[in-house]
Design a protein around this ligand. Structure first.
Ligand code: HEC
Length: 142
């Protein structure tokens, strides 16, 4: 089969579409190894790690079913967000902040449990509730 070059503007558009970073909400991408979460220096670092893992999952909230790979990635997000919630309390802004961090940890654990039992509805519910805890804390403390 003869190979034809793409028209240049199309080739350029394709190149750009892959070059643009896919981080949602513009949060800096941070993938600190889980074992190093306890040494994260600022709340922003903790949050960037949480967002890097959670934001792509929030886009799946409308989905009715998930592949095993998606469920496995939910389990990984659950672990990272739970660890972020624990670490966030080192930067406490008081009892209400700590309670919200505790709720975030609980939602992360619910996501992990749903992923473990391949419960798509449970996973979507946990993700939706997790997202609302993120928003609630931001509206009060960010
Ligand atoms: C317990 C409260 C709390 C919860 C829960 C919370 N956040 Fe945050 N978040 C904050 C605060 C406070 C800031 C501002 C930090 C600062 O600028 O020092 C922040 C900042 C951020 C930022 C900006 C970080 C930056 O680069 O400066 C992102 C992104 C973010 N949060 C994502 C999330 C996501 C995603 C979730 C849920 C999975 C979440 N947060 C849950 C309190 C919270």
């Amino acid at each position: 089969m003869p190979r034809r070059a793409l028209p240049r503007p199309l080739a350029l558009a394709l190149t750009l579409s892959f070059a643009v970073p896919i981080a949602a909400c513009g949060a800096p991408v941070k993938n600190t190894p889980l074992a190093e979460f306890p040494t994260l220096p600022t709340l922003s670092d903790v949050m960037d790690n949480a967002a890097t893992s959670a934001d792509p999952q929030f886009k799946k909230i409308g989905q009715a079913a998930f592949t095993d790979a998606e469920l496995a990635s939910f389990a990984a997000t659950a672990e990272r967000v739970a660890a972020a919630a624990v670490k966030a309390r080192d930067f406490s802004k008081g009892a209400e902040f700590d309670a919200l961090a505790g709720r975030l940890e609980a939602k992360a654990k619910a996501l992990g449990a749903a992923a473990g039992s391949k419960d798509a509805i449970g996973a979507v519910t946990a993700l939706r509730e997790m997202k609302s805890v993120c928003k609630e804390c931001h509206s009060k403390f960010k």
